[in-house]
Ligand binder design. Structure first.
Ligand SMILES: Cc1cc2nc3c(=O)[nH]c(=O)nc-3n(C[C@H](O)[C@H](O)[C@H](O)COP(=O)(O)O)c2cc1C
Length: 350
């Protein structure tokens, strides 16, 4: 029995967002104390074959924490001590936002999923930027930058720039989130003209490395448009994918009817398909995210073209040993398939 087999029923007896806050508080309490070093010894898999170099950053292993888990950059070091190779903090907006009314996060236990409509609650870019600048992270930290709630499409480029400038000093890479399903006005951002204006403004501000995070709900031609922009503007990477507003057939949980973005197991295959679609079309690194909860599912994303992977929902269902289990399982699979490093496996199925 794993320790999480005991903790999980307790956490699952609480509303999802309360359970998340409890875990966050535990991580905050551990951070900076000898507990973090003990966690790192327990959970870190150290092996040169896991190392990845992407968009100018060195990653000790390819498994990261996806945006949304550490919205305010309060626990990146504690998360890294769970064996993650990188952490993406945020989504961050220019000013603090309270997000949508609670409840706004739901477990789909029978399906291994979550639905959330958080609505980009965060403490704002100034607070997050200061915290990041004071964090000495020996691992890459990405910052997920989102549009402020009441800013319209015309004003979006300046809004993203303001956020970027406030978090710039503490971030190692920057992810432009144009794909949040839970906040006003994001759909209008996902067209060529709007995205060009946003990326050019951020490039003008010096934002690099700069990545774009895709919605799984975009039709293929719209994804192709975005990928053309990636190439034309020289963006550094693509994160695929965000949560979906669609509800695949066969969901069993009573919470499946909640409004919001679906994540976890039910989106695994569609996210992997998007990773493949992207990797076939652009030369930049792809960060694969959606439904990863095991070494096997992480390895599927890697073989489909992901140089790095991320997860959120898997952590809720599998607990703190997940990054270790994935990294150990990836090493076994690299050996089995005769690859000397992750590099060899990236895109092996293309
Ligand atoms: C509660 C919650 C909040 C999230 N917040 C953000 C966010 O602020 N910005 C973002 O780009 N993605 C956000 N995401 C999406 C995740 O980063 C990820 O793309 C998605 O959940 C799919 O991965 P998973 O199946 O491993 O959870 C959030 C996801 C969840 C479950």
């Amino acid at each position: 029995m794993r320790p999480y087999d005991i903790a999980k029923p307790v956490l699952f007896s609480l509303p999802a967002e309360t359970a998340h806050s409890v875990v966050h508080t535990l991580l905050e309490t551990a951070q900076g104390t000898p507990i973090t070093s003990a966690m790192a010894r327990r959970y870190t898999v150290t092996d040169d074959r896991l190392a990845v170099s992407a968009f100018g950053q060195d990653f000790a292993n390819p498994v990261g924490v996806a945006a949304g888990f550490d919205k305010n950059a309060t626990v990146p070091t504690a998360l890294a001590a769970l064996g993650f190779g990188f952490v993406e903090v945020g989504g961050v907006t220019a000013e603090p936002q309270t997000g949508n009314a609670r409840p706004r996060m739901f477990r789909l236990q029978e399906d291994g999923g979550l639905i959330n409509r958080m609505g980009l609650n965060n403490e704002g870019a100034a607070a997050v930027g200061e915290r990041l600048a004071a964090t000495d992270a020996p691992f890459p930290v990405g910052v997920n930058i989102a549009k402020s709630e009441h800013v319209d499409t015309d004003a979006a480029p300046a809004d993203y720039r303001e956020t970027y400038e406030r978090v710039a000093a503490g971030g190692d890479f920057f992810v432009v989130n144009v794909s949040c399903p839970n906040s006003q006005g994001f759909e209008e951002l996902q067209n060529r003209a709007a995205m060009t204006a946003i990326f050019e403004e951020l490039q003008d501000a010096g934002a690099t490395p700069l990545l774009v995070k895709l919605s799984p709900d975009l039709p293929d031609p719209a994804v192709e448009d975005t990928l053309d922009l990636v190439t034309e503007l020289g963006l550094d990477g693509v994160v695929a994918t965000n949560t979906t507003t669609e509800r695949p057939e066969g969901l069993r949980s009573p919470n499946a009817g909640e409004t919001g973005g679906l994540s976890g197991k039910p989106i695994e295959d569609s996210a992997t398909r998007t990773v493949r679609f992207v990797a076939e079309r652009v030369d930049v690194p792809v960060v694969g995210v959606g439904g990863i909860d095991s070494a096997e599912s992480a390895y599927r994303k890697i073989r489909a073209g992901a140089a790095l992977v991320q997860l959120y929902t898997g952590l809720v269902y599998e607990g703190p040993s997940l990054a270790r289990d994935i990294n150990a399982g990836i090493l076994e699979r690299l050996e089995r398939d005769g690859f000397d490093s992750i590099d060899g496996a990236v895109g092996a199925d293309l």
